[in-house]
Design a protein. Structure first.
Ligand SMILES: [Zn+2]
Length: 250
């Protein structure tokens, strides 16, 4: 089994991107710029700052988040998880906002602590209205964009040896070994940590979602709340959820 080239803890490194003052740390930016080929880091940040990234969570049994009663499947008019859609009645707007904020926070935590317990989809809306949305799947290291698929074909399918799996996956066989890094971490098999060798195949969309979902909850909160550039949306209705899925695969 090919070992990972290096034991860089990408999650740790990405976590330092935003400093205590909520500013981009220029030293880390410069390091990451040189770490990734083809200006991938710049393009990843550009996706992150485009305002086109959506995290849709299916709300099962009303448990994930109650506040967003007007959730939507329409990518053109997403309903973000703030209190703006609620009509004030006897409850004050401030109470509604606080409640919504608390629930959003708990969902952010859950995306980190128990992501496998959630049904969620990561979507990047494309600038051209006629282009279909891009579907990103971090736990399986997949993206529906052309760049990812072209690289995948070049690196994986046109090489006969070694096997596709051993080329793509780095697995920690020794049970005493454990990496804190979460970037490229795949769903576990036989209790072993497995990583996709992202240095082989990566695109800006996987990098952008990795930056906010495989680092620390504060990073995700920063881009949702402070920058309003990533949208966390809950969907209650299964039919709407399926429609969302159809929109992506068709
Ligand atoms: Zn992509």
């Amino acid at each position: 089994m090919t070992t990972r080239q290096k034991y860089i803890d990408y999650s740790q490194l990405f976590s330092q991107l935003i400093d205590e003052e909520d500013e981009m740390n220029e030293t880390v930016v410069s390091f990451l710029y040189h770490l990734f080929p083809n200006e991938l880091f710049v393009r990843g940040i550009s996706v992150l700052e485009s305002g086109n990234m959506f995290i849709y969570v299916l709300e099962k049994d009303g448990k994930e988040l109650h506040s967003n009663s007007s959730s939507s499947t329409d990518n053109d008019a997403p309903s973000v998880s703030t209190a703006e859609a609620s009509e004030p009645s006897s409850t004050s707007l401030n109470d509604i906002f606080q409640s919504s904020h608390t629930k959003e926070n708990s969902l952010v935590e859950k995306l980190y602590t128990e992501p496998h317990s959630l049904t969620y989809r990561l979507i990047v809306k494309q600038e051209e209205l006629k282009s279909p949305p891009i579907y990103v799947d971090l736990p399986h290291w997949f993206c529906s964009c052309d760049e990812f698929n072209e690289l995948f074909k070049q690196e994986m399918l046109e090489n006969e040896e070694p096997s596709l799996y051993s080329q793509a996956v780095f697995e920690l066989i020794d049970e005493s070994e454990h990496l804190e890094d979460k970037f490229g971490l795949l769903a576990p098999r036989s209790g072993h940590q497995r990583f996709f060798r992202h240095e082989l195949v990566m695109c800006p969309h996987l990098l952008a979602f990795g930056l906010i979902l495989e680092t620390r909850p504060a990073m995700l909160r920063y881009f949702i709340e402070k920058r309003s550039q990533v949208f966390l949306i809950t969907i209650q209705n299964v039919d709407e959820w399926l429609k969302l899925h159809l929109n992506i695969v068709v």
